[in-house]
Each structure stands twice: as C-alpha cells, then as structure tokens.
Design a protein around this ligand. Structure first.
Ligand code: ZN
Length: 282
C-alpha cells in the first residue's frame, strides 16, 4: 500500500485543525479509514494554565516530535502550529518567555506557522500578545492561524483581530486563516482577503448543515472546514460527516473535493513543508 493515509476511497480530506494530543489512537485509525490524508494541529490550551515556559517547551516537543510519530504509525502525515494560546496570554511575563522560545522550533519539519493565536475575552493584554504573535510570524515568514472568540464575544473579537492584522504592514491576508467563523463573521473575513475556517462542534460553533449553508452562500474558494477535535465534546469524524451532508444535497464529488481537500491543500501548501507523501497535487 502507498505510504499515505489513503485507502481505497474516492473521498479524501484534510483535517486542518485537530487537537490530536487529546485523542486516542483509535481516532487516528478512524480518520485514516474515512479518507483523511493529513492532520494539522494548532497549539492550544491544555484545560489548565501551564505553570511556566518550560511547560510550553515540553508541549512544543510533543507537537513536533511525539505526535507526528504517533500519527505516522497510522500512515497519517501530522503537521503543527505553535503559539501561546489566547486563554493564557493575560500573563505578559509568561507570554514574553514563551514567544522567545518559539523560534527555535520553527525549523522543525512539521511546523507550518504560528497559531492558533487570537482573542478569548477581548482583553487589552490578549490584544498585546496577539500583536506580538503577528509580528513574530511576519519576521519569520510564517503562515498564521487565528482562533476567534466564542458566542457574544465573536463579532467584536473578529473585528479587533482583523484590525490588528491589517495594522501590521507585513501581513499578507492570503497567508492568514481566521478560524471558527460563523454566519455573522464569514463575510467580514472573506471580504478583507483572508481565508475563513468553519469549525464543526456537536453543541456549539457550527453543525454540518450550517457549515454547508455557509459554503453555499459564500466565496467557497477560501474556506476550509475542520473539527477542532480536542478534549471537550467534539467529533474527530465531523469533517467527513459534513462532506456527506454536502453530497446529500446534490453537490458534485468535485465540489466536495474542492472544499474538503483542495482548499486546505492550497492554503497549507503556501508553507513549503506541507507535502503529502507521493503527492497528490491539488
Ligand atoms: Zn483549536
């Protein structure tokens, strides 16, 4: 068998945002058998605040050494994004120490960029650390993956984030994805030239029907769909299930392939390290 995650499936997809350190190996097996050809893992909150920058160093090693090796046992290429997550960016001293150690990991073969950065409660300190991350990404020519806040904070947080990105002269919008968009933020993001990510959660964020609605209403050229599967209530197979919903509505195999494989492939390939064994070219 070819050394990729692709079995004998017509359907292929990329999981562009999955917190695999909190998943079991059963999930890797299920994703690969469902047609997953690559998984990308942004750095995020552990469910508790880490006590020191040393805790982040260990986490970055997990994302760049241990997790890719675990995924490889199931023939799945694993990529990662690095940052201090928004929930822990209230502590400016910790943020300074963590941002200082990120550059030593940026050359690792599976690191695609800086993320998921952004805002959580839209506080002043969060905004300061967001601006520092943006500057770090630009100085090191990295792709950027942005988390947007939940529920009532989302619209304001998205606007603040887009303003911060636009304020930095080195930011290229086509190299930035704004994730967790919803119906009221997707157009705002796409109109400013950024990519938009739709996140599927069982109880919050988007459901499969809502995600497909957004794809049908928007400029689907710059949209990806992810499950963000993590340690909370989430579904590592949410992406192929949304693809099924799209097919069920009568969209063609080619259209589904564009949204679930070629789009994320195109965005991620802006980082030369994003290569899938044996192709495939999008
Ligand atoms: Zn996430």
């Amino acid at each position: 068998m070819e050394r990729t995650g692709r079995m004998n499936h017509a359907f292929r997809y990329i999981e562009p945002h999955g917190h695999m350190v909190s998943r079991t190996t059963d999930d890797y097996q299920a994703m690969v058998t469902a047609g997953c050809l690559a998984v990308c893992e942004p750095a995020f909150w552990a469910g508790f605040d880490r006590g020191s920058a040393a805790g982040f160093r260990d986490y970055f090693r997990q994302l760049t050494e241990y997790e890719p090796a675990r995924a490889a046992k199931y023939l799945l290429p694993h990529f990662s994004w690095l940052c201090l997550n928004p929930k822990e960016s209230e502590d400016l001293a910790l943020a300074r120490d963590v941002l200082a150690l990120i550059p030593e990991f940026l050359d690792r073969p599976n690191v695609l960029g800086i993320g998921e950065i952004g805002l959580n409660r839209n506080t002043r300190n969060e905004l300061v650390v967001l601006e520092q991350h943006i500057d770090l990404a630009v100085r090191h020519d990295q792709l950027i993956l942005v988390h947007t806040p939940h529920l009532e904070d989302k619209l304001k947080g998205t606007r603040l984030t887009l303003d911060a990105l636009r304020a930095h002269p080195g930011v290229k919008p086509e190299r930035v994805i704004i994730d967790h968009v919803e119906e009221h933020t997707v157009k705002l993001v796409l109109d400013r030239g950024f990519w938009a990510g739709i996140t599927l959660y069982p109880h919050s964020k988007a459901s499969a029907p809502r995600a497909v609605d957004m794809v049908e209403c928007g400029d689907a050229d710059r949209i990806w769909v992810n499950s963000a599967c993590d340690w909370g209530v989430s579904d590592p197979l949410a992406v192929p299930k949304a693809a099924l919903e799209m097919r069920r509505r009568g969209h063609s195999v080619d259209e589904v392939d564009r949204v679930f494989f070629r789009n994320p492939f195109r965005f991620l390939s802006q980082c030369p390290k994003f290569r899938l064994p044996g192709g495939p070219e999008a």
